[in-house]
Design a protein around this ligand. Structure first.
Ligand code: G3I
Ligand code: 9MR
Length: 585
């Protein structure tokens, strides 16, 4: 009897094991935002298995059916030619924790329905910047188990031979501390700081009230300045040191000659250089400083003189740019002339038209002086492009829209046409979304999967939110939310690309501290670059060359799994702005 009972127990155990394995094996076929949904917002999961008819939502006990729905017709993913079906359960609104089940055998990851559902993700992605701080230790009080010693004091930076000037001859040493590490590497690049700061600043300008109570537990959290701005100040103060006070030109980057190994910041002690002043860095700097002037004007009491200093710096940079319009940063050319060779991130860009437009717009808004805008053709064509580090025109346009009240007459006159352009751009993004394999704006074309594709998805979301701001038409808000769903799991590889969030998380980003700290979990709140069929890293662990599947959660993969400040910034924007607007769904 006892023996029989034991056999029965064993059998039951084996059956349970098989069931669990089936469930786990099958979950990969249900792709959804692994954090969850707002009660009133659209809710979609994507089935990537063989043709099925129905789906159900199960309560946490995995037995009680709380909602039944029909899967859509099969659709074909035009990138991979694979089929999907959509499970739309927007009509189910009851807060709680659930699973989706399809054909009785496939169970999704668990998800939650509640208000404020993305608040923690928004906070973490801003906190991600804190973890990128150079020149400081991160005490346990703020950094938790990822606390670490200080690295890169950056108080003795050599002027690189490419950067010498009369006032600063070769071997001059400058102090240039603080700032954020750019990405998985430890260098600091002005161009990439430019778009990053602009995105965070414009988030603040678009939702100032939301940030009054948005605290992320950083050393400055108890001062009278919103944490979003406190965090940005860490980088702003570094940027200011990158301007040569003598002539106003801005060094392109502060960098080692070559990338560090996979070590903690404190172990990375190679000499660092301020490298050649460039037109792109100087114009991006001018734009950021002019924008900073508007933002920090309201904090004159807490930060006396800062707003003025920013504007002075912006104007000086502009003057340098006018005098040196052809000073591109061309790393290979430099390496033929100067030693040591510099082989870190180039952020090279031969087209400076968009940088001129952006800087002119920001200075124009902040000074009210048409002299900045008149000489520049601010609207050279109607083909808007999403912001990237080398395409910054749209950043200026976003600023024009958010600064409507303070524009000069000429500025105000430009607005109706600009608004139309942005709406048109957003309509193009939305066109045909409801026929897409994943029902997202992201991924309509294979071209979306560039290096840092996650930031492309986030920036599409930001553009849609700009259109929402102009029109109050919910379709744009819903389109933006769809891309947030993409980033948190509703995508072809089924990963949540934000470290620390979701059931299928990125665990091995190409990020030196995450790799070197000996802690299993990567630093949270960092957005992985995402699928990129370029596979420039030549990692051996990719399992597909298809654009939307070309991703490997492997530390070797800097082309698909690095993190970067210019990718995290639109993630912060998208998650936080959607949180701020959640009542509008
Ligand atoms: O500009 C061309 C475009 O004309 C062409 O159609 C397209 C097709 O591939 O390529 C475009 O160039 C790409 C360029 O980015 C601009 O978007 C290159 O292929 C692509 O390799 C290049 O990738 C950049 C990468 O550095 C390599 O230079 C990423 O955008 C950039 O985010 C990344 O930045 C690195 C820093 O250098 C170092 N720190 C880490 C950071 C993140 O990986
Ligand atoms: O770690 C570097 C990463 O931050 C850059 O995005 C990437 C492309 O410039 O380069 C990485 O460094 C690699 C270098 O280019 C080649 N040797 C291996 C390095 C990674 O450890």
């Amino acid at each position: 009897m006892t023996r029989l009972f034991n056999l029965k127990q064993l059998l039951l155990f084996l059956i349970a094991l098989v069931c669990v394995q089936i469930a786990f094996a099958q979950t990969e076929n249900i792709k959804l935002n692994q954090i969850g949904f707002y009660p009133e917002a659209p809710k979609i999961a994507v089935w990537t298995g063989d043709l099925q008819n129905d789906f159900v939502i199960l309560a946490q006990n995995k037995k009680q059916v709380v909602f039944k729905g029909k899967l859509s017709e099969q659709r074909t993913n035009n990138i991979s030619q694979k089929t999907t079906q959509i499970a739309d359960f927007s009509a189910f609104k009851k807060p709680g924790k659930y699973y989706i089940s399809i054909s009785d055998k496939a169970l999704s990851y668990s998800f939650e329905i509640k208000n404020d559902i993305y608040r923690e993700a928004a906070k973490a992605s801003l906190k991600g910047f804190y973890y990128q701080r150079a020149s400081t230790s991160l005490p346990e009080k703020y950094a938790g188990k990822w606390h670490r010693s200080a690295g890169h004091p950056d108080d003795k930076i050599l002027i690189h031979p490419s950067a010498v000037s009369k006032a600063r001859p070769e071997n001059t040493i400058i102090s240039s501390p603080k700032g954020w590490y750019d990405a998985g590497d430890y260098n600091k690049y002005i161009v990439n700081s430019g778009i990053t700061m602009a995105t965070l600043f414009s988030l603040y300008q678009d939702h100032p009230d939301y940030f009054k109570t948005f605290k992320i537990n950083i050393p400055e959290s108890n001062n009278k300045i919103p944490d979003l701005l406190d965090e940005s100040l860490w980088n702003l103060r570094w940027m200011l040191t990158m301007q040569d006070p003598d002539d106003g030109g801005v060094y392109h980057k502060l960098t080692n000659p070559s990338f560090d190994g996979m070590v903690m910041p404190a172990m990375a002690t190679k000499p660092r250089y301020a490298v050649q002043k460039s037109i792109t860095a100087t114009l991006d700097f001018a734009a950021v400083m002019a924008q900073a002037n508007r933002i920090f004007k309201s904090y004159e009491k807490q930060l006396p003189g800062l707003a003025d200093s920013c504007l002075i710096a912006a104007k000086k940079a502009w003057e340098w740019a006018k005098a040196n319009p052809n000073t591109l940063y061309l790393q290979n050319e430099n390496n033929k002339q100067f030693d040591p060779d510099i082989v870190t991130g180039e952020y090279g860009d031969r087209n400076t038209q968009d940088e001129w437009i952006w800087a002119a717009i920001e200075l124009w808004i902040s000074t009210g002086d048409n002299g900045y805008s008149l000489p520049i053709n601010l609207f050279p064509d109607k083909n808007l492009q999403l912001p990237t580090w080398n395409q910054v025109r749209m950043l200026g346009y976003y600023s024009l829209i958010s600064s409507e009240k303070i524009l000069t007459q000429r500025g105000k006159q430009a607005l109706p046409a600009l608004k139309k352009m942005i709406i048109h751009f957003a309509d193009d993004l939305l066109a045909g979304v409801e026929q897409q394999a994943f029902n997202t704006v992201m991924g309509k074309t294979a071209r979306d999967y560039m290096w840092g594709s996650s930031s492309h998805a986030a920036n599409q979301g930001v553009a849609l939110l700009q259109a929402y701001k102009i029109t109050s038409d919910k379709k744009y808000l819903e389109g933006a939310l769809g891309n947030l769903d993409y980033l948190l799991g509703r995508n072809a590889v089924g990963y949540s690309f934000l470290t620390g969030f979701g059931s299928k998380q990125v665990m091995h980003p190409h990020h030196r501290p995450s790799e070197a700290d000996g802690i299993v979990d990567p630093i949270p709140g960092l957005l992985s670059g995402g699928p990129n069929p370029g596979q420039q890293d030549k990692c051996a662990t990719y399992t597909s060359k298809i654009a939307d599947e070309s991703f490997t959660d492997d530390v070797c993969s800097y082309a698909s799994n690095e993190i970067a400040i210019n990718w995290n910034a639109p993630m912060v924007y998208l998650a936080a702005a959607i949180e701020a607007l959640q009542k509008k769904f």
